[in-house]
Design a protein around this ligand. Structure first.
Ligand code: ZN
Length: 504
């Protein structure tokens, strides 16, 4: 029998309380995005504020600090199992991120990023970057300042933030990664654009009854593996995934009458996130490592199901007739092959969230390059709209008609998420790498053609999902295929796919 460390037992009391408070906060947030009436926030916000500060102090306090220090000693470490070590490590990281920031600066910053999304939304609505730019300036300054409190020797400030979202990743590695992607994708896209008329998809923009869309989306989510006895599907303006633990995982979807594929691929994407959370091992689900390893790893799972599985012909072979039966009039002349071409069509566009697989990473590269320029002092906030537009013209060949479709399109900066965007591209690259690996060890496409997704889900569960955040991205990839992240697979995937699709 393993004797549990006394020190760890003491820490668990704090952990249990923090998780209870976090659960309440997650539910309130879920409610505000799905069912809460429009006017509720003004008064509910007060309770959220109080619960948030209770949550913060339940973990960030002197007792927890001394328990963590003690648990880091060799003698104590020997008494911890793998999961407990991972929990201690994760908590220490959170502590280190927080403890250098003076509480009053933290408080002011929290107020700033609580206010900024509202200003951003208004500026976006009125196409007026100058309305938002003073806030953005302040947010960037705070982020530089907070990073400067914990920057290590020889490290640049932007790297501090990148490492928060994706442990072990920095500008040196990301520059190589993005250069590789950019130098292959930009020329490939130029060839694709020339043949743009080759693929027709007018069928997608007819009128599709949203109740029927919902029915089909609920079917496809379960087909992919969403377990309704441990999950809920609701509606919200922007689809997202959240969870209380592995027995209660929630996703949302949204429906557009004149766009058939929007809801279908949103729900497959969110189901990918949900499977990750549902498969986290029960031993760690209610702990600080009871969630996905990182933003990039999470996005790799959602994009794996959405794009690599969901946009493949093999996946649709068993279920395309069901989609046609749901919309017999609209899809009567659409064959499986023309549908597959339609859902993979590439069109350079202005909006990242609606981008196809080929152009998606270029949207991310632009944001990454701009963030880097800001942190290197190479760009003033007032110059950002021009820099943005120039880069869109250069990489994608399109120019936003206003800042709302340009520099103001994403909410991330208003929420203080700086250094977050690269994770989206990392996720896509990981998904491609996992795909080639899985295809080499199992009859991947035959499983899809048979409508048998269980072996694919099981493999992901065993090698990624069950570990939660007890291992980081590269540790998971090494464990799975003895190779860390390698962008070559992503470039190969996009090149093969689009060369074939456009007969280049
Ligand atoms: Zn996602």
């Amino acid at each position: 029998m393993i004797i549990m460390s006394e020190t760890y037992l003491k820490l668990m009391k704090y952990l249990d309380k923090s998780i209870a408070l976090e659960t309440a906060l997650v539910l309130l947030q879920w409610d505000s995005e799905t069912l809460a009436p429009e006017k509720s926030m003004e008064l509910t916000a007060k309770s959220i504020g109080i619960l948030s500060s209770e949550y913060y102090s339940s973990l960030i306090n002197e007792d927890v600090k001394s328990l963590l220090d003690k648990l880091s000693e060799e003698k104590e470490q020997e008494q911890l199992d793998f999961n407990q070590k991972a929990i201690v490590k994760k908590l220490k990281k959170t502590f280190e991120e927080m403890e250098h920031i003076p509480p009053e600066e933290y408080q002011t910053y929290q107020e700033l990023i609580a206010k900024a999304p509202g200003i951003w939304a208004k500026a976006k609505q009125e196409h007026l970057f100058s309305m938002f730019s003073p806030y953005l300036e302040e947010i960037m300054e705070y982020n530089k300042k907070f990073a400067s409190y914990r920057v290590k020797e020889g490290q640049n400030l932007y790297d501090v933030l990148l490492n928060d979202y994706e442990e072990g990743f920095n500008t040196k590695e990301l520059d190589i990664f993005f250069d590789k992607v950019k130098s292959s994708i930009v020329p490939l896209l130029k060839e694709v654009v020339k043949k743009n008329d080759m693929i027709k998809k007018e069928y997608n923009y007819q009128s599709f009854d949203t109740e029927k869309q919902k029915e089909f989306c609920n079917f496809i989510s379960q087909y992919v593996g969403f377990d309704l006895s441990r999950g809920v599907i609701a509606e919200s303006a922007h689809p997202f995934t959240t969870k209380l633990h592995n027995q209660d995982v929630r996703i949302t979807n949204h429906f557009l009458e004149h766009n058939l594929e929007s809801a279908i691929f949103s729900v497959i994407h969110e189901t990918g996130h949900a499977l990750y959370e549902m498969n986290v091992d029960s031993a760690i689900t209610l702990s600080p490592v009871g969630t996905g390893a990182s933003m990039g790893m999470h996005e790799s799972q959602s994009r794996f199901f959405e794009n690599i599985i969901g946009r493949s012909k093999s996946f649709w072979i068993p279920i395309f007739s069901k989609l046609k039966d749901t919309f017999p009039e609209q899809l009567k002349d659409v064959t499986l092959d023309s549908f597959i071409k339609g859902i993979n069509k590439s069109v350079p566009s202005l909006i990242r969230t609606e981008a196809d697989e080929l152009t998606y990473s270029l949207h991310i590269i632009i944001r990454y390059e701009i963030e880097k320029m800001i942190f290197a002092g190479e760009a003033n906030i007032s110059e950002l709209p021009d820099i943005w537009n120039q880069k869109y013209k250069e990489y994608l060949g399109v120019v936003p008609p206003s800042d709302s479709e340009g520099i103001l399109q994403d909410i991330h900066w208003a929420c203080g998420n700086i250094g977050y965007f690269p994770s989206y591209a990392i996720g896509s690259a990981i998904a491609a790498q996992i795909y080639y690996h899985m295809e080499s060890i199992m009859p991947f496409h035959s499983y899809l053609e048979e409508g048998n997704l269980a072996p694919i889900r099981e493999y992901l569960k065993e090698h990624i999902h069950k570990y939660g955040a007890s291992k980081n991205t590269n540790e998971l990839l090494m464990g799975m295929m003895k190779e860390p992240l390698n962008a070559d697979y992503y470039v190969r995937y996009l090149t093969e796919k689009y060369t074939k699709l456009y007969e280049l």
